[in-house]
Every structure is written in C-alpha cells, then in structure tokens.
Design a protein around this ligand. Structure first.
Ligand code: DX5
Ligand code: ZN
Length: 222
C-alpha cells in the first residue's frame, strides 16, 4: 500500500480554510479535528464547517472526532460527505452500531486509540473497521512531541491488520514530521496525519512531498 498523507487543518488558518485546503493539492486527505471541550480540553469545529469545507475542496475529508457521544454524532459527518469518519474507542458506547452506520452512509470507518489504550481488546472489531488511528500524542492540541512509546503498538496493530486480511489502514496522528515519520512507517503505519509539519512549513506542498518520500523509504508495506 502506498504512503498516504493527511494534513491536519488544526494547524491551518481557520479564517481561510478553503485557501488552506487548496494549498495542499498533493494531499491524499484533509484531516479535520473535531473537538468538543469534553472529550479533550479544546474546542475546534463541527458539522457546519465540515459541510462548508466539503463544498470548498475536492480533497476527501478525514474527520477525526475527539468528542463525547460519537455514537450520536458520527453518522452525521458521514452524511455530510466525509470520506472517512473516525471515532474514539474511549468515547464510543456502541462502536459496532456506529461503525456500521458510518459505512452504510458510504464513508470509511475508523477507530482511534489514545496512547495509553491498548489495541488488543479491539481485535474482534477489526471486521467493522477500515482504519485504526493510533494517537502518537495525547489528543487535544497540535504541535506536541511525538511519543515513541506508541511504536510497539503500531507494530502490534499492523500485525493484527495483516492477520485480518491486510485491508485495514493504520494511521498515526501527533508529532509526525520528516524525522518521526520514518519510525512510524517502519513500524507499519501507512496513513500519516501531519499538522505543524505541513502547515507550519513555508512550502506545504514540498513538505508533503518530503513526508511522503521519507515514509516510503522506511515503509515495510509494499
Ligand atoms: C491532536 C490532533 C492532531 C493534530 C496533529 O489531537 O488529533 O490531528 O492536528 O498536529 P501535529 O501534527 O502538529 O502534532
Ligand atoms: Zn487528529
């Protein structure tokens, strides 16, 4: 599988989101961090902004819901046209139902795990998933330092995904840059969220190319 780069608009200028989406034409996805002040101590944006962004760009939206009660809200993001909707395992009360609803509405279904949440308890859910998101920082803010402690879990997640047919993507999110992306790719990640490393760069297009090349060099996935 090819390396995919999903720039996080959390690091973009929220007053110019359409321009910021257009600034990364070589992105595979646009990562949209939805935060509710409850699941994480930060507040960002919600459905109306996702609906507007959907109309403003042809890049598929990768919605990462850091919210409580994702069972109630996640299907609406799929309805709004998100290409991928990821809910947190720590917040979902009926993940099977919610993941099925996301898929039934035509989006890819993702399950996110915080750094301290093990992946093994979710093995039986893998058949319901298109992507596992492993947080490589505590969720809530951009610009944090990458947590190397998550690397063994990336390896274990990749092994589980392979055992289940190899169609599940393993995404990493938090502190991913041209240096840390190699470690993640080597451990088996194949979709890389990058906020500061893309939107903090003077040339976001070149930054994405550089991340993609570094990820591909280290990738164990062909
Ligand atoms: C953090 C968000 C990330 C964030 C990553 O909770 O989920 O998507 O934007 O930002 P960087 O790449 O700057 O660590
Ligand atoms: Zn995110």
């Amino acid at each position: 599988m090819a390396v995919q780069i999903s720039p996080s608009i959390l690091a973009a200028d929220f007053a110019r989101l359409a321009d910021e989406a257009a600034a990364v034409p070589n992105a595979d996805w646009l990562h949209v961090d939805v935060m509710d002040y409850h699941f994480v101590p930060n507040l960002t944006l919600g459905l109306p902004v996702v609906e507007a962004l959907r109309k403003a760009t042809s890049t598929p939206l990768d919605c990462h819901l850091m919210i409580e009660d994702p069972d109630r809200w996640a299907p609406q993001y799929a309805e709004a046209g998100a290409g991928s909707v990821t809910i947190h395992a720590e917040a979902a009360k009926a993940p099977v139902r919610t993941l099925r609803e996301i898929r039934a509405l035509g989006a890819r279904a993702g399950l996110a795990l915080n750094p301290a949440t093990p992946v093994e308890p979710y093995e039986d859910l893998l058949g319901e998933l298109d992507m596992l998101l492993l947080m490589t920082v505590e969720p809530g803010f951009g610009g944090q330092k990458f947590l190397d402690m998550v690397l063994p879990k990336i390896r274990r997640a990749r092994a589980l995904a392979e055992r289940h047919g190899g169609r599940i993507w393993v995404q990493v999110d938090g502190g991913v840059d041209a240096e840390t992306i190699g470690r993640c790719a080597e451990a088996g990640a194949d979709v890389f969220v990058a906020g500061s490393a893309v939107y903090g760069a003077s040339d976001p297009v070149a930054a994405i190319d550089e991340l993609r090349a570094a990820g591909a060099r280290a990738s164990r996935v062909t």
